[in-house]
Design a protein around this ligand. Structure first.
Ligand code: ASP
Length: 363
């Protein structure tokens, strides 16, 4: 059974094939109108969402299927203290596929381990958001005709921004791609992804806090929101919230065909005056997200008529209950009975990471 926990669960060929299917759905929606007849999607949203939840729901309806679910944890038994594990065990009896969003890092892995139907991670805390990446990839593909050789600027909250984490994993598979990380010092891109993905594969990247200096080099500028809900210290949020505001003036030195993406919701980091600029692609991105989610649902339900590259589950030696995850946003802090589980990154140096949220510890 296939799940989508993070974007690396899909091979490059599968990503290409999802893009093809999504483009076909866009051009020939009638061909797919009954593809999921009598199938049910459960949308389990423990955290608010507009685009992701509604686009999953629209996707399933446009495939002829049905949707059940909840849009906030207060309207589910989570409010009574029910665990994620129990919720997905129950919902597996009612639905053919689950899309789940949760505020805790690693919650999606708990769901995958307990469900009997395919699970799609629709965002787990500040960790991963693979279906946003599917929307981003289709948008980049439609704008640039492919992915090779692109310079991608990612700007804003790169620390907690799950969308940028997933996008970097996906884009680093394509030849000649390089990244410019633009953020305040406090919100820099996670070191573990830089080490695992970029350093390891010799992919060029630059870290800066200067948006205007970076802009002229970029083919894609991916803006993100500074996410209030991820800060423990609201004073820090207040200090950082207006770090970057993209205005028409700042684009004077940008390439004429640079595409501006944003996972939305926008607060003030892109001036509304830019919405009319032909380079602004963030609203088209939301439509692309629906097509890609349709393609993904078909794939995970085995209804796309294509062979599935059954990716091997990463086999890792894990250590149980020797360390405690220090990440206060990790699912292990709230989920009852969940054991502490770490994998070794460098045994000699004593470097380990939490299986759920990838937080690194050194012993
Ligand atoms: N919609 C995106 C997410 O769910 C970005 C955001 O919320 O700022 O991560």
């Amino acid at each position: 059974m296939r799940n989508l926990l993070d974007i690396m669960d899909l091979s490059t060929d599968e990503l290409d094939s999802l893009i093809k299917t999504a483009l076909d759905i866009k051009d020939h929606p009638e061909k797919y109108a009954d593809a999921c007849k009598r199938k049910k999607l459960a949308t389990l949203f423990f955290e608010p969402s507009t685009r992701t939840r509604l686009s999953f729901e629209a996707a399933m309806y446009e495939l002829g299927g049905n949707v059940i679910g909840f849009s906030e944890s207060s309207s589910s038994s989570a409010a009574k203290g029910e665990s994620v594990a129990d919720t997905v065990k129950v919902v597996s009896n009612y639905a053919d596929i689950i899309a789940m969003r949760h505020p805790k890092d690693g919650a999606a892995l708990v769901a995958v381990r307990n469900a009997n139907v395919p699970v799609i991670n629709a965002g787990d805390g500040g960790h991963h958001h693979p279906t946003q990446t599917l929307a981003d990839l289709l948008t980049i593909y439609r704008e640039k005709g492919g992915f090779r050789g692109l310079t991608i600027g990612l700007c804003g909250d790169l620390k907690y921004g799950r969308t940028v984490h997933s996008l970097v994993y996906a884009m680093s598979r394509y030849e000649g791609v390089n990244f410019v990380f633009i953020s305040p010092e406090e919100l820099r891109f996670p070191r573990y992804i830089i080490d695992d993905v970029l350093e390891k594969n010799g992919i060029p990247y630059l870290e800066t806090s200067d948006l205007e200096e970076a802009i002229p080099k970029l083919d894609i500028l991916y803006m993100t929101r500074i996410q209030r809900e991820r800060f423990l210290d609201l004073n820090e949020y207040e200090r950082l919230k207006d770090s970057y505001i993209l205005t028409p003036e700042k684009l004077i030195s940008a390439k004429k065909d640079m595409a501006i993406l944003h996972p939305l919701p926008r607060v003030n980091e892109i001036s509304v005056a830019l919405d009319k600029d032909p380079r602004a692609k963030y609203f088209e991105q939301t439509l692309n997200g629906k097509y890609m989610r349709m393609a993904l649902i078909l794939k995970l339900l085995g209804l796309d008529g294509k062979p599935s590259d059954e990716t091997e589950d990463t086999v890792r030696d894990v250590i149980y209950d020797r360390f405690r995850c220090p990440n206060h946003r990790c699912i292990t802090t709230t989920e009852q009975e969940l054991r502490q589980e770490f994998y070794s990154v460098d045994e000699e140096q004593g470097v380990y990471r939490c299986v759920y949220c990838d937080t690194e510890i050194r012993k």
